[in-house]
Design a protein around this ligand. Structure first.
Ligand code: ZN
Ligand code: ZN
Length: 374
């Protein structure tokens, strides 16, 4: 019936879990609410467990274990390993291994959640075919950590205890059998489905929708909308350009609660050695990207220099001038970064401004080309 699906490679256990929990959320939870109404404590339990388990994935599994973007003391490690297991996204060791492969081979065949195989594959399809035991040679550093190895061995039982039994017991204490059912369905199953799909969106939508201000050679994109659902992981183009930075939303105004939580834990002495990419390198990446785009646009509009329309000729000339300035600035900055020279704030602000102007000019040129302006 489905000749293209390799049924011999399907992981039936994981696939059944994903399907059953999703169906329970879509059918069981609305029935529960229709029958018992919206109890603020049960709803509150959803949000608290969503925050704890979701943040354990972004702050713990992702930025701490997979990327080593900072160092953490035992309480932070233990918390993120316990609540990370409750997101039912594998052990931290397995997760970090997949994720490191994703960064290394992004958009290529070896990328486990390769977006070029389609949106659904990148979102969750790949998980249906993930077989065990797996080769974990790219996480030897994490294998030296006894806490990580303990969680790797017992992550399913930890997940059930923290992610399902705990909310059920809290619900029972609060309101007997009705509360227990609410805790199980809303704080347990619905919450884990919500966390899972928010994580999955990073692999699917964050490689589909948004801008690429740092590197357009990768499919990873930045979008504020995605950052809202993913505790700040929506700035995925930045993240793929500078994966060891503890920040994903690197601009001060960008919504990145994971970054703020790491910064706060640092102030409290619970984490340390936060890795930050120097500002010069970030500006250089933005400048390089806009320079490349400008050059591509000039090549695209090459014929415009001989046409008679003054608006188009003027726009073309402006873009050419801008391209020369960008190239000069790029070499100057590249040298400064290579020589590890710290640039002044004013100097960096100047190049940021030039990048923004070039982006405006490019947009104008594209509008002209598309006939949106005369
Ligand atoms: Zn990615
Ligand atoms: Zn990453």
């Amino acid at each position: 019936m489905f000749p293209n699906i390799p049924f011999d490679r399907v992981n039936w256990f994981t696939s059944s879990f994903l399907v059953v929990t999703l169906l329970t959320t879509l059918i069981g939870t609305p029935i529960y609410f229709a029958h018992y109404g919206f109890d603020p404590v049960i709803i509150g339990m959803f949000f608290v467990f969503f925050l704890f388990t979701g943040m354990s994935i972004t702050l713990g599994y992702h930025r701490l274990f997979a990327h080593k973007a900072f160092k953490a003391k035992k309480p932070v490690k233990l918390f993120t390993l316990l609540f990370g297991a409750a997101a039912f996204e594998d052990s931290a060791l397995d997760w970090a291994s997949d994720h490191r492969i994703h960064h290394k081979y992004v958009d290529r065949d070896d990328d486990p959640y390769d977006i070029s195989k389609g949106f659904f594959w990148a979102h969750m399809g790949w998980i249906f075919f993930k077989l065990y035991p797996r080769e974990l040679s790219n996480v030897n550093d994490l294998r030296k950590d006894p806490l990580v190895m303990w969680q790797h061995r017992y992550h399913r039982i930890i997940g059930v205890t923290v992610g399902i039994i705990l909310p059920t017991v809290i619900g029972a204490i609060y309101n007997g059998a009705e509360g227990a059912l609410g805790g199980f369905l809303v704080g347990g199953i619905t919450r884990l489905v919500a966390v899972q799909h928010c994580t999955f969106l990073i692999n699917s939508l964050c490689h589909t929708m948004g801008s690429r201000p740092y590197d357009s050679k990768t499919s990873a994109r930045d979008h504020w909308f995605m950052a809202i659902f993913t505790f700040g992981e929506g700035y995925h183009n930045y993240h793929h350009s500078f994966q060891h930075d503890y920040r994903n939303g690197v601009k001060p105004w960008q919504w990145d609660p994971t970054k703020w939580a790491i910064w706060t834990l640092d102030r409290l002495g619970l984490v340390s050695d936060l890795r930050r990419v120097p500002e010069e390198k970030i500006v250089l990446a933005e400048l390089r990207e806009i320079k490349n785009q400008t050059e591509a646009q000039i090549a695209d509009n090459h014929g415009w220099k001989i046409i008679t329309c003054p608006t188009r000729q003027e726009a073309y000339q402006k873009l050419v001038e801008m391209s020369h300035q960008l190239a000069e600035g790029y070499h100057e900055l590249e040298k400064a970064v290579g020589d590890r020279i710290k640039m002044s704030g004013e100097n960096l602000a100047y190049w940021r401004d030039q990048t923004a102007r070039a982006a405006e000019q490019l947009t104008m040129m594209r509008h002209l080309q598309a006939g949106l302006v005369a």
